[in-house]
Structure formats: C-alpha cells, structure tokens
Design a protein around this ligand. Structure first.
Ligand code: M6R
Length: 615
C-alpha cells in the first residue's frame, strides 16, 4: 500500500513525479523518495516523512534535471519508516533503480543467497533484494532489462507493482504487476506511470491498466510491449479513454478531502442510482443483477465479504437483504473468511464490497469463493480496480474519487447500491409486493434532498465536538439497521481523532459497556422514531441514571428523547430501511470536527493508508 509514480518523456520528470506523489499520498505517507537520471548520474533523494519533506530536501540538493524519473510514497511493511528504507532503491552497481508497492514474501532467502554472492544491502527492505536479484540475473545472462525483470519475478513469491530503469539505457522504463495496481498513461512522445491515474490525468486521459502477471517495456518513441511473466506470451495493448476529471480529485474549497466527501454524499448517491432507479417506470435497472438473476434467486445464501467501513456497509445490507429478499445473509471479515476453511458451495452468492477494489484480504476471499465455484459479485468504487475485474459481475458505486483515508461517501453509496440490489431481488423473488417496492424507491429518490437537509447539522456537530473533544472514550449505540451505523461512527472517531471509541447494539450496553459510564463519558445514541424507539429511550434512561452524557440523533420533531439527552441532532423523517443513509452523517461530522479541533491530520491519519493492499 504505497504509491508509485514514473515518467519518461520530454518534460521535467522531477516536477511530474513530485506532483504525482502528492496525489498518491493517500496510499501511504511515512516516507517518500524519487530517482532521476540527468544523463550522467543517478540522483536518488529520499526521506522519512511526507512528500512535502521530500520536496524541501530536493530544493536543497537541487537534483531535479531529468527526463526520466520514478517516485514512491511509502506505507512501511518491511523495515521501519526511515531514510534508508525509503524508496527508490538501487542495485549494488548503482545502475538499476526500482520503486515497489507490495510485499516479497521470500525476500529473506533470496537476500541470503545474494549475500553469499557478495551483494551488500543498505536497507532492511524486500525491495532492495529484488533490484539486486535483477542485477545478478542481468550480469549472468546479459539479457535486456525487461527479460531480466521477468526472470527475477519468476523467483518471487508475493505481490508487487514495480517500475525499474537502468541508467545505461535511460530511454526505457520496465514495469510489472501482480496483486498491486499499476496504470500507464500514454501521452505524445511521453509515458506516465501511477498506482492510479490521478498523477497523469492533467496530461492525458489515455491509459493502460496492467493485468496481474504482466510485465511491460515502455520505451521512448516506440510502442509499449507487454507480455506474460509466466510464459513470455505477448499481450495486446488495450488503451482506455478515462472519463474521470482532475477537478474531482482536488479539494474544491474545503479544508479537507474528508469534509468535501461528506458534503458530496447527496450528489454521490444521485450518481449511484442515476440510470438505475427509474421512479417513473417503477423499475430498477442493473445489468450485473439482471444478467445473473437466476443465481441470486436460487442462492441458498448470500455471503458478504469486506473490511473496515465496507464491512459495516455489508452489515447494513444484511438487514436490508434479509428483510426484502428473505435470503439468509452472512457478513464476514474478509481477513477471517480467507483463513478459516469456510463452507462455500456453488449455490452461494458472494458479494465482495470494497471502495478501492484493491484490498488484499477481500481479494483473497474472492479467490477462495471462486475456487469453490461460488458466484462472486463485486461492489466497488474504483473503476477497473482489481476486485472489479476479478469478480464474475458487479455494480460500481460511482461515488467519485474518495481521497480522505476515512471512508465517508463510499459507505453511503455502498449502502445505496446494496439497497437497489435488495429491492430488485425482492421484487423478482416476490418477497416484497409492488406497494412496498414503490414506497421504498420513492423514498430512496428523496434521500439526496434529505441528506442535504441533514448536512445542516454541521454547526451543531462542531459545537458538540467542542464539548467532548478531550474525552478519553466514547460509546456509540444503535439498534437494528442503525447498529452498524454505531460501529461505523466509532470507527470514524477512532481513526481520525485517536479517541478510543466502541460501537454497540444499544441493548448490549447492559451486558458490559455500562460499567464504563460515568459523568465523563459521551454516548452517542441513534434514537430515531422507527424500529424499537421505546426500547432505545429506555437505554437512554439507563445512561442518564449513571450520569453519562447523551448525544442523540433523533427524528425531526422528537419530544421524548429531547427531554432526556444532553444534546440532540435532528434528521428528517425517513423509512427505517433507508435511515442509515441519514443517521451516518452527524456521526461523520462529529468525528471530523473532533479531529480538526484536536489538530489531527484528518485526511491522512497516523498508521493508516487508503487502500490496504497487504494482509
Ligand atoms: O477499499 P476498501 O473499501 O476495501 O477498504 C476497506 C477498509 O480498509 C476501509 O474501509 C478502512 O476501514 C477505512 N479507513 C475506514 O474509514
């Protein structure tokens, strides 16, 4: 889970690589570096810290003149984040240089072999082992760089997206991919490389997404050559026209990407159901479901696999799918599912949910499901991502780029897609009637407007955050559809403010967490006037009896909870099934403001990365 960038062409490689790294910092930001070749000398500048630190260092070294360059922003796996472990890494001769996103699992045995042959290592990384292995192969075989890289990768166990160049042949970049993403942007007499397309979108909208197991030689003024690592088979070069805009990847006047993305939710949800939810015709159109409707109808059960926020969206979907389709649903952490010898049959439908479409554990769970002949359906945001390609069919969330590490609009758009699926299946299976279907689609169509109204609670959320920002702990409670919302609220607060938080079903409180409650404990309760409202009111009474501070998310016009709670945030009236789409918003805003008031790095919280492409 690092970001890699590369450039070869007629422009100044240093600024393209540096600006590209800034766009990819969401993938990791504990150290950064870049390598440039000025025609005489390889200049490698790297540092612990963020790309801004690298930029400063570069200003002092003045090593910027080059038409070929590669850069890396790191999230450490092997070796602590420090200068020496930062990428790029170069070979013992100082002629080959590499950037790498991924993990080489058998690096230690290769390293020991290379040491026996006289190689010396400056870092603790697996990547430095790989570049020296490539050099060793080149020295032994005199093969071209691309072929030497290919042979080295055949010896590697693990995952990678790499870019390599040789200062003896500075007109060529070699890239390869297995398990980590890699895009090549094609300009006029110039090529770009990125973990995604954002580093080169301002220069070109033409890109190639390398497939797993492929290596490519990118040479100036020559067509790209791609071939299979395993069998040398040349692969056709498929160029895609990208439709995403650069503007969409920038902050657009907001202080942070997270806040921008919270505010984008009404439009993101509209984009999610645009062309799918046809309220006039009273139908839902989703090709991925229609083409496979029998599989869904005849499924013995649906198993949802995901991680983090996507897993919480899966939990909300469990309530919705079981209610509307009467198909049993299980929601699994992908990381547990992949290792616990799960029982999967060809009658199971697996739904894999992932914003990035690159999460390693979710990908591994998909692989196991496919090996057991299950039908696998993906719900992803990033178009063309690995999960989107590895699943049998799927539906994109169309949320647009999510840059803030804390997921916000990904969550609500995932719930929207899964609700559309549940409604479509419910009608097909006749487990809901037309009246229920129509009531739900009419309300779903109104959610973006109600969401806009909900966003008006921003100021109240900020005022509440001011009161509780110095708390050590925080509880989040909800029932039914809003229990996963409580889990998601706690995750948001933990990851960006570093305040310890737990989410619980409200009724579970008395089985343990109630012991934590005292006058210093804020407890955020989703207490809308649906489902088991009275029961939730009783839970609030229990908290008040122990002097806990209640922050309640209530339906507009609520009287009972208002009298009990210390603070209330109102949301518009909606159906219980769709309520998570609204109740989530105040929780996101509360976490956001708490983190801002505590001066935390909201968009890039410590120790985290946007997409977790290692297990
Ligand atoms: O890209 P994915 O949806 O597969 O990512 C899953 C989790 O890593 C992600 O949701 C993570 O928990 C976020 N930081 C939550 O805000």
């Amino acid at each position: 889970m690092c970001g890699i960038v590369g450039y070869i062409g007629h422009r100044d490689a240093s600024s393209i690589v540096l600006e590209g790294l800034k766009k990819l910092e969401y993938r990791g930001y504990d150290s950064a570096g870049l390598a440039l070749y000025d025609g005489q000398k390889l200049n490698v500048t790297k540092t612990k810290g963020k790309v801004a630190t690298l930029e400063n260092k570069l200003l002092t070294t003045g090593n910027t003149n080059s038409s070929i360059g590669i850069g890396h922003t790191r999230w450490a796996t092997h070796g602590e984040p420090n200068d020496k472990n930062s990428h790029p890494h170069y070979s013992n001769s100082g002629e080959l240089v590499i950037i790498h996103n991924g993990i080489i699992e058998n690096y230690d045995s290769i390293r020991k072999e290379l040491i026996k042959r006289g190689y010396k290592f400056k870092s603790d990384t697996d990547t430095e082992v790989l570049i020296n292995l490539i050099e060793e192969i080149q020295n032994k075989t005199q093969l071209k760089l691309g072929e030497a890289v290919q042979l080295a990768l055949k010896e590697i166990v693990g995952a990678y997206a790499i870019a390599v160049f040789d200062i003896k042949k500075p007109n060529e970049l070699v890239v390869a991919k297995l398990g980590s993403p890699l895009a090549v942007g094609i300009g006029k007499n110039e090529y770009f490389i990125g973990s995604d397309a954002s580093p080169f979108l301002e220069f070109t909208n033409r890109a190639i997404y390398l497939e797993d197991g492929q290596v490519a030689a990118i040479r100036l003024n020559k067509p790209i050559k791609i071939w299979e690592i395993d069998n040398n088979k040349p692969t056709p070069v498929v160029v895609q026209e990208l439709k995403m805009s650069l503007e969409a990847t920038e902050k657009g006047g907001y202080d942070h990407f997270m806040l921008k993305e919270i505010y984008e939710q009404p439009s993101a949800i509209r984009d999610t159901y645009r062309g799918r939810l046809l309220t006039d015709e009273k139908i839902i159109k989703m090709a991925g479901i229609e083409d496979n409707i029998e599989k869904f109808i005849n499924a013995d059960r649906i198993i949802i696999v995901a991680c983090g926020t996507s897993w919480h969206a899966g939990l909300v979907a469990e309530y919705i799918l079981e209610d509307l389709t009467r198909t049993p649903v299980e929601v699994e952490y992908a990381s547990e599912f992949r290792y616990r010898n799960p029982i999967i049959t060809s009658q199971d439908v697996i739904i894999a949910i992932s914003q990035s479409g690159e999460t390693a554990d979710t990908l591994a769970a998909i692989k196991i499901a496919k090996e057991n002949s299950a039908f696998v359906f993906g719900v992803c945001n990033v178009v063309g991502s690995t999960i989107a390609r590895e699943t049998h069919a799927g539906a994109y969330t169309h949320a647009g780029p999510e840059i803030g590490v804390a997921s916000t609009k990904a969550f609500t758009t995932q719930i929207t897609v899964l609700t559309l699926i549940a409604l479509k299946l419910g009608l097909a299976k006749k487990t809901i009637n037309n009246k229920t279907f129509e009531e739900l689609i009419t309300e779903l169509n109104q959610i973006p407007e109600k969401l806009e109204e909900t966003l008006n609670c921003n100021k109240i959320a900020m005022d509440i955050a001011k009161v509780y920002k110095n708390s050590q702990n925080c509880l989040f409670l909800g029932r039914g559809y809003n229990f996963p919302v409580a889990l998601e609220g706690a995750l948001k607060l933990k990851e960006i403010s570093y305040i310890h938080a737990e989410g619980y079903p409200a009724a579970e409180m008395k089985h343990g967490p109630i012991a934590l409650i005292d006058e210093n404990m804020p407890i955020i309760v989703v207490a809308i006037n649906k489902g088991h409202y009275e029961k939730t009111v009783s839970n609030i009474q229990e908290i008040k009896a122990r002097k806990g501070k209640v922050i309640a998310v209530v339906t507009k016009g609520d009287v009972t909870v208002k009298e009990l709670a210390n603070h209330v945030i109102e949301i518009p009236e909606t159906l219980e099934t769709l309520s998570p789409l609204l109740t989530t918003i105040p929780l996101q805003l509360f976490s956001y403001h708490t983190a801002v008031l505590l001066n935390k790095n909201v968009d890039q919280p410590r120790n985290l990365a946007k997409s977790v492409t290692v297990e």
